[in-house]
Design a protein around this ligand. Structure first.
Ligand SMILES: [Zn+2]
Length: 412
C-alpha cells in the first residue's frame, strides 16, 4: 500500500511570506525540530540566493555530522538550467532539489507574456532536470506551479515528460488555494493513474481548505496507487493565507474518522515535539499562535461551559479527540517574574557566563567563553530578539557551524 510522507516548506514558503522572516540560526533550529518530529524532508532554502549559501552549506554539514539526520534537506529553485548551475556552484553538496515552473495558461499567457509556449515549458523543465541529475542530484521533484488551474491533459503530458527524464516526484501546486477536496481528489487520482509517479501536494489556505485539500489529495494519490508527499509549514505560515499547517495535517490524517485505516504514514511523526516546534516558530517569526489553532492553540484543550467541563472531568474522551500529552503539552511554563539577565548583542562575559551557567553549560577557559559570547552577540544582531536556550546551546556546541551561519557576506 502506498504511504503518506511530509515535506515541510517553512524554510522556503514560510520565509518568503510578506512581512516575515527567520534568521539563519532560526532556520537551522527549525530543520532540527522537523528532524526530531520525523518529517521526511525539509525544503531548507534557496540555493541560488547568495545570503543563503553559508546557511545551506552549514546545514548540509550538520546532516553529514549526523546532527540533522535522517531528514532530507531539499533546495528549491526555478526549473532553469542557469539556476541549476548556480545552485551547484554555490552549494556543491546539494543532493535533493525541487525545480519549479508555472504550467497554467493563465501564467503562460499573463506572466510569461507570449515568450513561452507549453512546449517551451516542458523543454525548459526537462533541461533543468537533466542538468540537476548531471550534477549528482539524488532526488528531484518537479513543481507544476498553479497546477490546479492547469489543463489536466497538459499536466499529464508535463508529468510524463518529467518521468521519462528520471524525475522522482511531481509537485502539484494549488498555488492560489483554488481547489476543494472534491476537485483535488479527482485531479490527483487522474494524474497519478496516467503519469505513474509519486506526487507532492502543495496546498494553500486562501479558501480555508489547505489541510482538507491535502488530505483529499493524499487519498487520490493512494487510491491511484502512488506514495504522496504533503507539503506543510509550521503553524501554517506561508504566502498570503498560508500553507497546510504541519500539526493540523498530521492530526487530520491520523485522527479523523476512519482515514488512517487505509491511508497511513510512511514513517511515524512524533507529535510530542509539536508543542515545542510550534512555539519556537511562533517566537522566531514573531507571529502568535491563534488561540483556536488545532492541537497547539491556547484553547485547544480548554473547557469552561458546565456541560463540557463536567463531561471532560468524567472522561476526557467525552470532549477531546486526543490528549494534550500526545502533543507535548502539559509541562509548566517557566516565566521569570523577577530579575532577569539576558544574553544580547552588547552582553559582557560575566552576564553571559551567568546565563550559560543556569543552562548548565560550562566552558574550558575564559577564551572559550569569550569566543562563544562573540558568536552569541552576532546571533542577537541577526535575530533582534533574545535567543532561546536551544539557540544558545547550539552555538556553544557547534561554534564553527554557528560562525558559518552568522556569515552574511555581501558581494565584493
Ligand atoms: Zn506555496
Amino acid at each position: 500500500m502506498p504511504k503518506i510522507y511530509f515535506i515541510d516548506v517553512t524554510n522556503r514558503d514560510g520565509v518568503q511570506t510578506a512581512k516575515l522572516g527567520l534568521s539563519k540560526l532560526e532556520k537551522t533550529l527549525i530543520n532540527m525540530y522537523l528532524n526530531d518530529m520525523g518529517v521526511f524532508q525539509s525544503e531548507f532554502g534557496f540555493p541560488t540566493t547568495r545570503h543563503e549559501t553559508y546557511y545551506l552549506q552549514a546545514n548540509l554539514e550538520l546532516a553529514e555530522m549526523g546532527v540533522i539526520k535522517p531528514i532530507r534537506l531539499g533546495g528549491w529553485i526555478r526549473a532553469i538550467v542557469d539556476d541549476v548551475e548556480t545552485a551547484f556552484k554555490l552549494v556543491p553538496e546539494l543532493r535533493h532539489l525541487n525545480l519549479s515552473i508555472s504550467t497554467s495558461d493563465q501564467m503562460i499567457q499573463s506572466k510569461f507574456r507570449g515568450k513561452k509556449t507549453r512546449k517551451d515549458i516542458i523543454n525548459g523543465m526537462l533541461a533543468a532536470v537533466d542538468a540537476a541529475r548531471a550534477h549528482g542530484a539524488e532526488s528531484i521533484g518537479v513543481n507544476a506551479e498553479d497546477a490546479s488551474r492547469t489543463d489536466l491533459d497538459f499536466l499529464i503530458e508535463f508529468g510524463l515528460a518529467a518521468k521519462e527524464h528520471g524525475t522522482d516526484r511531481l509537485r502539484y501546486c494549488d498555488t492560489l488555494g483554488y481547489d476543494n477536496p472534491f476537485t483535488i481528489y479527482e485531479s490527483i487520482r487522474a494524474l497519478v493513474e496516467k503519469v505513474g509517479l509519486p506526487v507532492e501536494l502543495h496546498c494553500h489556505g486562501d479558501l480555508g481548505m489547505a489541510e482538507a485539500n491535502s488530505m483529499a489529495g493524499a487519498k487520490g494519490a493512494i487510491d491511484g496507487g502512488q506514495d504522496v508527499y504533503i507539503n506543510t509549514t509550521v503553524n501554517g505560515i506561508g504566502e498570503r493565507a498560508g500553507n497546510a499547517d504541519l500539526v493540523a495535517t498530521v492530526l487530520a490524517v491520523t485522527k479523523s474518522k476512519n482515514f488512517a485505516r487505509k491511508y497511513q504514514l510512511g514513517n511515524p511523526i512524533d507529535l510530542a515535539k509539536a508543542w515545542k516546534t510550534a512555539r519556537f516558530a511562533s517566537y522566531a517569526f514573531g507571529v502568535p499562535i491563534p488561540i483556536n489553532q488545532p492541537g497547539v492553540g491556547a484553547n485547544a484543550f480548554a473547557h469552561s461551559s458546565g456541560i463540557h467541563a463536567d463531561g471532560i472531568l468524567k472522561d476526557p474522551e467525552n470532549y477531546e479527540l486526543f490528549s494534550f500529552e500526545e502533543l507535548g503539552r502539559g509541562e509548566p511554563d517557566f516565566v521569570e517574574t523577577g530579575r532577569e539577565i539576558i544574553a544580547g548583542q552588547y552582553s559582557g562575559i560575566s552576564g553571559f557566563s551567568h546565563v550559560m551557567g543556569k543552562m548548565e553549560v560550562s566552558f574550558g577557559s575564559k577564551d572559550d567563553a569569550r569566543e562563544i559570547l562573540e558568536l552569541v552577540r552576532y546571533a542577537n544582531v541577526e535575530a533582534q530578539k533574545p535567543l532561546v536556550q536551544d539557540e544558545l546551546a547550539f552555538i556553544a556546541k557547534y561554534p564553527q557551524i554557528a560562525r558559518k551561519l552568522l556569515t552574511l557576506k555581501p558581494l565584493e
